[in-house]
Write a protein that binds this ligand. Sequence first.
Ligand code: FES
Length: 108
Amino acid sequence: MATIIVEGKGAIACASGRRLVLCIEDAGIDILHRCGGNARCTTCRVEILDGEPGEMNQRERDRLAREDKLASNIRLSCQITAESDLTVRVINRLSTSGLDDPGPRPEE
Ligand code: FES
């Protein structure tokens, strides 16, 4: 079990190996995931404020490489699995997006 501190929300528990985006959403935070967790949209991006989220997989690396001027601590929460404690800032929320839904729920 990893402890994830989400800025503005506090600490949430996330089972080891579970996708970070799902733990954030299940904690009641309206994070976007417009491509359904497939490393295509980048709306699930989070800023890593503390902790080590692990190596990027190839899909995440390739997708983030297409973005301009992205800070090195921006990661895709659909591609991170909880392995250790982290502090994160959720960047894109449904409530401030003007969209009708967050996107298809990523698979477990
Ligand atoms: S990149 Fe689309 S949900 Fe993560």
